[in-house]
Design a binder for this molecule. Structure first.
Ligand code: NAD
Length: 491
């Protein structure tokens, strides 16, 4: 196992992300032997904590996520706290000295990860100040990890990018899209490129459409304030869902190296048909959750949530159709949908294969047609794949029934499946940026999304409501039925 000697500087160390995801992930890396004794974590945030307080909180965070707290005290000895004001020069000088002191003590050769887990408006300032005060002038490598959201439209993303690029080069920047750290998202490449039976079929001659669903049962909880400035299109489609479209549609890279994978993703992203503001409603629809019932209890509508305007038009559901104008995909719609307060919590991809040219069997289904072959890639909560084929119906001649060939990861190595963040932090330590978003991807994806946001911002139409606990508004069904398809509802 490679154990990169690294300092991690965590901006936003007292925050929610640090507590729920980052501390537990760093601990898992520690337990699995991926951190040597030569690592430190410097937590920087506003509160006047001490090292002891940070360590207490790290411990608590780990007790909430891990079954055991093996070697926890030893682990916590690597954590240090620095009260930090992002706009104050003094803070950066203190950070520099602290780093030099700790790197000497822990024998770390100046390798530094700056992890931005703070409100995004500070990302640019921090990056610029780190350079200006000489923090990034260490002997080793310096890398910047940036959380989402990367801007809220193309101009703001460009501005942020220009700011961070003043201090870090593109290959030092690791833009987090935590979906790319998920086991089964990474597995899309394995399914496609390590199996002889799929890739020959992976095109418009054999695939009729691809459906990507990421549904949540939760509402906005206490994040109403943030969500009002974002909405499902910016929060989910621009980044996570588009990334899944790219992994499903890109050409096979010549090698699994960062630049090769990225260039294939960028190539296919450039082939996605742009959607103008005028035609946005033909391709994308939106909805907002109304009151309803979830697991037997009443839940309020979005407009009744805390910090949400009574007449808010923020979308909590999006469904859309993307067309890829290249040889492989011309004519194959990629449907995406995501929403809050839906019937189930699930992220999955359904690849629907084309029907046979001639069907000699009948199936006692509503339309007497044979069930299409489906490849389902389950991302969460279950991880695995299901291939739906047709088998003979027992006892009846000339009739078929769909049969599932199923592979579920969690029955095999569930507890050992690494958290997305664990993988991404380790990748960053190794200098592998394959599962992070390149600026060109961010740039092109905002360019694709902005006209749709604009159409919605300018629209006078009432936003369609859907009852909480359902699979979204009617227009979502319509989007597919217009093309002769339907969303596959699968376990
Ligand atoms: P949070 O509000 O819980 O934490 C913010 C942190 O920033 C705190 O540690 C606070 O002390 C620090 N901070 C704020 N202003 C500061 C200042 N002026 N000087 C110094 N420190 C300051 O936020 P969060 O939920 O942890 O989110 C952090 C980032 O991660 C955001 O960009 C968010 O979009 C992103 N993110 C969060 C989640 C999540 O699950 N919480 C998921 C994905 C992405």
């Amino acid at each position: 196992i490679v154990q990169p000697k690294t300092s991690i500087i965590l901006f936003g160390a007292t925050g929610d992300l640090a507590k729920r995801k980052l501390y537990p992930s760093i601990y898992s890396l520690f337990l699995s032997g991926k951190l040597s004794d030569n690592f430190v974590v410097i937590g920087a945030a506003r509160r006047p904590w001490s090292d002891a307080e940070l360590r207490e909180n790290v411990k608590k965070a780990i007790e909430e996520t891990h079954l055991s707290n093996e070697r926890i005290d030893e682990f916590c000895q690597h954590f240090f706290y620095l009260p930090f004001d992002v706009t104050n020069t003094e803070s950066y000088l203190k950070l520099k000295h602290k780093l030099e002191e700790l790197e000497a003590k822990f024998e770390i050769p100046g390798n530094r990860i700056y992890y931005m887990a703070m409100a995004p408006q500070f990302f640019g300032t921090i990056a610029i100040q780190l350079k200006k005060e000489g923090v990034t002038q260490s002997e080793g490598w310096n890398r910047l990890v940036i959380e989402k959201p990367f801007g809220h439209d193309l101009p703001s993303a460009q501005k942020l990018n220009n700011e961070i690029r003043e201090a870090f080069s593109e290959d030092q920047i690791y833009r987090i899209d935590h979906y790319l750290g998920k086991e089964m998202v990474q597995n899309i490449e394995v399914i496609r490129f390590a199996n002889a039976i799929f890739e020959p079929l992976w095109n418009n001659r054999h695939i009729s459409n691809i459906q990507i669903t990421s549904s949540e049962v939760l509402g906005v909880e206490d994040r109403g304030g943030y969500y009002e400035t974002s909405g499902a299109l910016r929060d989910m489609v621009q980044n996570h869902l588009l990334q899944m479209v790219l992994l499903l549609s890109m050409d096979p890279p010549i090698r699994l190296a960062t630049n090769e994978v990225r260039s294939e993703k960028i190539k296919v992203l450039r082939a996605i048909r742009p959607i103008s503001t005028d035609e946005a409603s033909d391709y994308f629809i939106r909805g907002q959750y109304a009151a309803g019932e979830i697991s037997g209890s009443e839940v309020p509508g979005y407009r009744q949530e805390k910090n949400v305007k009574e007449d808010s038009t923020t979308e909590t559901f999006v469904a859309g159709k993307l067309l890829i104008d290249n040889h492989r995909w011309a004519g194959v719609p990629f449907y995406v949908r995501t929403g809050k307060r839906m019937a189930v919590k699930s992220t999955k991809i359904v690849v629907q294969f084309k029907d046979l040219p001639l069907n000699v069997y009948t199936q006692k289904s509503e339309d007497m047609t044979i069930h299409p072959n489906l490849l389902v890639i389950h991302i969460q909560p279950d991880e695995g794949i299901t291939l739906i084929l047709n088998g003979k119906k027992v006892g009846l001649l000339g009739e078929t029934i769909p049969v599932d060939l199923e592979f579920k990861n969690n029955s095999i190595d569930g507890v050992n499946t690494p958290e997305a963040y664990e993988r991404l932090i380790y990748d960053c330590m190794l200098g592998d940026a394959t599962n992070f978003a390149h600026w060109d991807e961010v740039n092109l994806s905002w360019a694709l999304i902005d006209p749709i946001s604009k159409a919605w911002a300018e629209s006078n139409e009432e936003i369609e409501q859907y009852v909480s606990g359902t699979m979204g508004p009617k227009s979502s069904e319509q989007l597919l039925s217009n093309d002769g398809f339907k969303w596959w509802a699968l376990k």
